[in-house]
Design a protein around this ligand. Structure first.
Ligand code: FAD
Length: 301
């Protein structure tokens, strides 16, 4: 066994799952095993785990709900960190909400709505965690995290803690400065506004019905695969090429939404990556546009 795993286990640092298939932790339901998936329940424990990983120069990555990840078929050499109990806390103070980074975004949006707080309606259908949403500046229906985040507590790879506001995050479309830095969001504070409970509920119901009629919720997927190019929609370009329903192995361009790739049964990461390359090639050929992925590819193929 690798020494760092031995040390984590002997010192009871987190709950260590060996050779854990990451297909169990991603919404696409694909991905090979991680050397170790470590479930960590406190900030102190997280700092100690990071110190061990640093000492042995081990690659690591935080996992939220795995709803924006394509983990490759040979899995991940290193440690996948999953944030447990202390990162699931939530507290309300008038219009402000302090919430742990492991808290599910949909549940947060629903709780805010129940209290008549407006601002997070857009998030009611985004199946990630608060941490993953801040990292990605997740958004929908004309809004995003940048509109409502006040600040977040960040643990840097060297063990230091910083408080970042929206200037530090430099949010842009599905982009945050955290994507260029090795760091972990511990919790976030959202600043909402008092709103009309009925209007908030109606807007969320409306967004939900739009999603369920236009997105393939019945099959494993990871949301939009490609970022929208400037002044255009990736889904529209792919649909215009007649590619809805096009399939490679178990990966299919959704018949409902051309920017979604669905796992129609036993898809491998390789199937999905081959389909992504095929789409990029066709879009480049036809429109001279280079599509960029919104999903993140992780691990070894
Ligand atoms: C059906 C469906 C619909 C979707 N709709 C939308 C949508 O409308 N809008 C949208 O923007 N996205 C959408 N997505 C994509 C996805 O849900 C978002 O990108 C989400 O924010 C990812 O969160 P996650 O917790 O699953 O992150 P993961 O996929 O687990 O991780 C994504 C990245 O965030 C990092 N990360 C996670 N937690 C932390 C943390 N605590 N600290 C630092 N880094 C962290 C990971 O290391 C990784 O790099 C959809 C996905 C699905 C499956």
């Amino acid at each position: 066994m690798q020494e760092w795993i031995d040390i984590l286990q002997k010192n009871k640092l987190g709950e260590v799952l060996l050779n854990e298939p990451l297909s169990k932790h991603t919404t696409w339901k694909v991905g090979g095993p991680a050397d170790a998936l470590v479930i960590i329940n406190t900030k102190k424990e997280l700092q100690m785990v990071l110190a061990v990983l640093k000492q042995f120069d081990v690659l690591w990555k935080v996992l939220g709900k795995g709803s924006n990840l394509l983990v490759q078929d040979k899995g991940y050499r290193g440690a996948i960190l999953k944030l447990g109990t202390e990162f699931q806390d939530i507290s309300f103070n008038e219009t402000s909400i302090k919430v742990g980074s492991g808290f599910p975004l949909i549940r947060l949006a629903n709780l805010a709505a129940k209290r008549g707080l407006t601002g997070l309606e857009f998030a009611g259908g985004i199946p990630g965690t608060v941490g993953g949403a801040v990292f990605m500046n997740a958004g929908a229906h004309g809004s995003d995290i940048a509109h409502v985040l006040q600040e977040a507590e960040i643990l840097l790879a060297n063990g230091e803690i910083e408080i970042w506001d929206t200037n530090n995050f430099a949010f842009q479309y599905r982009t945050s400065a955290l994507q260029q830095k090795k760091a972990i969001i511990l919790h976030a504070i959202f600043r909402l506004q008092e709103g009309n409970r009925k209007k908030i509920a109606d807007d969320m119901a409306n967004f939900k019905s739009r999603r369920s009629s236009s997105q393939p919720y019945h099959l494993p997927n990871a949301g939009s695969v490609f970022r929208n190019p400037e002044n255009n929609y990736a889904g529209r370009l792919i649909e215009e090429l007649g590619l809805k329903g096009y399939q490679i192995g178990g990966a299919q361009i959704s018949t409902l939404h051309a920017n979604f790739i669905v796992n129609v049964g036993n898809a491998t990461a390789k199937d999905i990556l081959t389909l992504i390359s095929f789409v990029k090639e066709k879009v480049k050929e036809e429109y001279n546009i280079s599509l960029r992925t919104e999903i993140e590819v992780v691990g070894e193929g």
